[in-house]
Ligand binder design. Sequence first.
Ligand code: HC3
Length: 479
Amino acid sequence: MMRAQIEVIPCKICGDKSSGVHYGVITCEGCKGFFRRSQLPTVSYSCSRQSNCQIDRASRNRCQHCRLQKCLAQGMSRDAVKFGRMSKRQRDSLIAEVERHRQQQQQQQQLQGDTQSVLSYPTKARQDRSPQLLQPIAYPFSGDADLLSYTAEMHPHLVCSTYESQMSGMIYRGSGVSPTSRSQGRGDNGSHPDIRGFDSRQASHDMMAIHAYNPLEDPYSLYPHSLRNMDELCASIVRSHRETSQYRVEELQALRWKLFSREEIQTYQNKSVDEMWQHCAIRLTDAVQYVVEFAKHIPGFRMLSQNDQIALLKTGSMEVVLVRMSRFFNTENNTVFFDGKFAGAEVFKSLACGDLITAVFEFAHNMCALKLTEHQIALFSALVLINTDRPCLEDRGRVQRVQKSVELGLTHILHRDNQESLMHKLYQKMAELRSLCSMHMEKLRWFSQRYPLTAHSLFPPLYKELFASEAELLPGTTH
Ligand code: HC3
């Protein structure tokens, strides 16, 4: 990947323009040089305040101690692999991150430029407004304009939501051959073919084929039983979890002391309801993007049809975000790592969703009490995602086969850890997740009626794609 592409991602330390991957992290030249100097044996820094100085482009030279803490928290280290020698997966997830930033930048530009047009964007004549088959509204979504061709007319099976343009773009971009490659047998390197570099025109054609091919010809139709062994499945899911979990648990441990100051909490609480909702919607959408990357590397997920992958992500990604939130949670003071520091429930007061916040924090607390290992969280997250009870699935049997293999993987892990008793507790957690998410949808319906403009034009497009159809977030929807 060209250095120029990486530079769309701002420096992870101070937010200035980055110049590439340095000591394992995307940083600017200034922070690269700072870290190099900080590693000299004679150097040691201390903070004259509470060791929680804000590090940004303007303030980065004010406190060397906090700047170094942030470098370490972001993963900078002398023996980090050079970009050129990164593993395939590391490079893949870096490519996906560059893609996300590029897309976000374009959407922000368009959002600024087109805020009004999104509302008045011409919608096609609506078919009967059955909640399932909503007429697609083409997003001013640049870069993959062809993706918008996935309209209900072309793919009658694309039901439940019609905002696949974002989600399908994320599922296929920068990842693999078009979906029907599996019917040509194994991939080029002998491993299971998966969805690599996305050619939207080709995929558009293939997507038509996806509903035509006969599953019995599909080498994966016996998929879970033909798996060489359960360890391979578990290892693959754990690796994907580790590479898409935003922060390592040990990093979060090192940051537990970083709490928001009284003034910073006040700043959040002074935000208006719609401002705070927009802020959280952006943070939540960021977290969901990592979940989409996680899903793509679950063996068997990508063998599902695009429709089913999107249906599972639409209803499951928020649940996985909430499972992952327990990794960011400190049960000693009931705070969660948010915006770079640990925040108590009071930080979210201006969302005006007190009961939802309380429930979410309680859930995170109770999840921590289970003391799940990273392996157990990885397999549990995959099981939460691959769930045949989700609405709008077109090939429930195929989803069931993948779900069964993930269930076997989780049982395998729990047996190995001598913790089989956890299984029924985890099924209870899945029921709690469903009620948390329906509570979330209820709040979102309330919010979108109270603040229609924010809900329709200031939330990230992917956020609306995730929650739009249930919360009636479609522009011009009568409430
Ligand atoms: C759940 C949450 C929004 C998401 C926040 C996330 C999961 C975002 C990713 C961070 O890395 C970790 C994190 C911490 C706190 C999470 C928030 C707690 C409360 C808030 C609401 C319940 C959801 C609000 C989202 C809405 C209402 C805008 O859809």
